[in-house]
Design a protein around this ligand. Structure first.
Ligand code: RB5
Length: 146
């Protein structure tokens, strides 16, 4: 199950993400926003990130204009490893090495076609584990420093 969230800047791209998920029979919950009216990305990122961190969702997808605000907000929630990706290599590596649990996309930066390739890569790539598990545990330890 995938948790989805976007602000007004990511609204149109999120329609394409939802179309992709529907076509691939991948279940999701849409946390909004539900219109193109201006809204505040931290208010969307927080419930998505908390739900992913709580284990209610396997992964999350957050979209804003640049993807930066969403990724900053999501990464403030303990247990979240949100990766802003603008290319498929990064999407693959952040799954394999960082076990990223949220993908952030920038709708004003990344075109729809590439964004969907990034999404596809992110969803299909497993975590490598091994030495990377130790490093991810070190990231979790940093949560406790807050
Ligand atoms: C909204 O105008 C814009 O600031 C937002 O979508 C995002 O890019 C913030 O990081």
């Amino acid at each position: 199950m995938i948790a989805l969230g976007c602000d007004h800047g990511g609204f149109a791209l999120m329609r394409e993400v939802i179309r992709y998920l529907d076509e691939h029979n991948l279940p999701y919950k849409d946390f909004g926003t539900y219109t193109e009216d201006s809204c505040d990305y931290p208010a969307i990122a927080e419930p998505v990130a908390r739900a992913v961190a709580a284990g209610e969702f396997e992964k999350g997808i957050l979209i804003c204009g640049t993807g930066i605000g969403m990724s900053i907000a999501a990464n403030k929630i303990p247990g979240i490893r949100a990766a802003l990706c603008t290319d498929t290599f990064s999407a693959e590596m952040t799954r394999r090495h960082n076990d990223a649990n949220i993908l952030a996309l920038g709708a004003r930066v990344t075109g729809t076609g590439l964004a969907l390739y990034i999404l596809d890569t992110f969803l299909k790539t497993p975590f490598d584990g091994g030495r990377h598990a130790r490093r991810v545990e070190m990231l979790s330890a940093l949560d406790k420093c807050r």
